[in-house]
Write a protein of this length. Structure first.
Length: 262
């Protein structure tokens, strides 16, 4: 099999949660540029609309949006219902939406745990569960449907910043992804995780403004991630090349984890 066919995602139907901004936007663009039909969803309808306008100007693929506030169960159900009105199948689901909360140990609020765990972990299961019928409709043994969960290196290591709920939620997401890989693999649906390092995003903005130099110097490759890095990893997992990868956690971090000092 030649490379263009091996890594093709042309005509794939993709849904990216949080696909209008940050890493989600990078992933959405990667799929659109390579001929996929991409649905993006977040609670910021204006951001979704603006992102789709920009993405559709790129040609090849197409971008569409379905607004949803993933904190609300009813919105998750409405997303699945609306998707079902537009499409009969879903080839690739990218669970990217997430939130963070930083505060000192003695002041860390209970509400942070509820907010962060709900979006970063609980709703990944909810949305995946609701969209599973569409993933099954697209799946076969030779060409399984794909779930790509956007995790974090902070779910693999102990971060310097006091983000207790975030790092715990991402560690939980990594394991949830493996559990899904076992159960849904039997339905011809793979589940894998990208443990991402630092990328330009709203979530990382303040951290990069303060610590960019030290963050870059800590990575063996000496830089933060580019849009091509995370989009390329998703395209690999979503293409024929990644069809036999299931239950993996792939670090996309320039070697940040292995470069961590004790």
């Amino acid at each position: 099999m030649e490379i263009p066919e091996l890594f093709s995602v042309k005509d794939k139907v993709v849904l990216v949660t949080g696909g209008a901004k940050g890493i989600g936007r990078m992933i959405s663009e990667g799929f659109v540029r390579n001929g996929s039909k991409v649905y993006i969803s977040s609670r910021d309808a204006k951001a979704c609309e603006a992102a789709c306008k920009e993405l559709n100007a790129l040609g090849k693929g197409s971008a569409h949006y379905i607004p949803a506030d993933f904190y609300k169960l009813d919105d998750c159900k409405k997303l699945a219902e609306e998707f079902g009105k537009r499409e009969k199948k879903l080839d690739i689901l990218v669970n990217n939406s997430g939130s963070n909360w930083g505060a000192g140990y003695d002041e860390y609020p209970d509400s942070a745990w509820i907010r962060v765990l709900t979006l970063n972990l609980h709703r990944v299961f909810t949305v995946t569960q609701l969209l599973t019928p569409y993933l099954e409709a697209a799946a076969s043994k030779s060409s399984p449907s794909r779930i790509i969960n956007i995790g974090s290196v902070d779910g693999l290591r102990v971060p310097n910043l006091e983000t207790y709920a975030y790092s715990s939620s991402k560690a939980g997401l990594h394991h949830l992804s493996r559990v899904l890989a076992n159960h849904l693999g039997r339905r011809n649906i793979t589940s894998n995780t990208l443990a991402c390092g630092p990328f330009e995003s709203k979530m990382m903005k303040a951290t990069l403004e303060k610590f960019r130099e030290s963050i870059e110097s800590a990575a063996p490759l000496g830089r933060i991630g580019s849009p091509e890095d995370v989009a390329g990893a998703c395209i690999f997992l979503g293409s024929r090349a990644g069809a036999y990868i299931n239950g993996a956690t792939i670090t996309v971090d320039g070697g940040t984890v292995i470069g961590s000092k004790l």
